[in-house]
Design a protein. Sequence first.
Length: 356
Amino acid sequence: MCKDRAMSGIADGNGRHRVAVLVRDGVLPMELGLVHQLFGRARSAGGAPLYEVVSCAPAPGGVRTDADFQVTVARGLEALDEAGTVIVPASHEADESRPGGGPVPAALAAASSRGARIASICTGAFVLAAAGLLEGRRATTHWMSCGRFAELFPDVELDPAVLYLDEGDVLTSAGEAAGIDLCLHMIRRDHGAAVAAEVARRTVVPPHREGGQAQFIARPVPEPGSSSTGAARAWALRHLDRPLTLRDLAARESMSVRTFTRRFREEAGVSPAVWLARRRVDRARQLLEETDLPVDRVAERAGFGTAASLRQRLHAELGVSPSAYRATFRGPRSGPGADPNSNAGNDPGTRNGQAP
């Protein structure tokens, strides 16, 4: 997404995109640390850091955490003026009371109006909503806080089942660990799957986590003898180039289609059809980024069948054509090993002239 609104934001003297983490009393240390850890590990092909990460607070100085220590934050809200991305971790002691008014929501609204990308982790979504950034948009927060969120912000389209939601310039995520998923998603959106995968590898976390937070919501203990659908998902990932059916997947687990569909949704958080479509888009993106295969071959290997089908799905999911996506995240290649047919089957044009 190197050409989008977020990545056109303010950079430091070395051209790195600036990420500001807004810390408030009661902050969860894991959420503060994971932002620094993940964005701080993102590197270019030449090894140069891609982001500068800074912490800021409503006022410089000591900030209490929800543990038995505090952190010292040197910068105040003026740091938001210099940020291309602002991330708001949770503060459980304050978030579920309506956090309206005061300097923080106003500062976030001002940063957004200047063009910054704004994201929240866990109940940080309450602060984004109080700033007016989520009205009429889709958003998520920790499943245990969804009832209170819906009560306070009825104009937000709340989805309690997902790990994170991307609304372009505003993003929200579920509980603490979902902040990892969100940060990796933003890195992947900014610089491609290869960079995000390397960050995940260095941090020893999966580059993409299956399912949503629906799988973590308390539910009755499964009936004896129930089995997982994980083997079917693993098998499907090895055979994405095939025209897979729901019956094929259910047969891998020796289940009826009805039972398989119910258990799949419980474990993955989405239907088998939605999960399979997303995995095929993931595979197509990987092939576009990492190979010189013509687009019709990418479509075949990802299970779309034709370049036209891939083109339609990529436009629906990302708003760009395969050629535009490849140009953004892979770029032109020349010299030994370059495939002169690498543009075969590509189509021109992007939405609003920009890559995702």
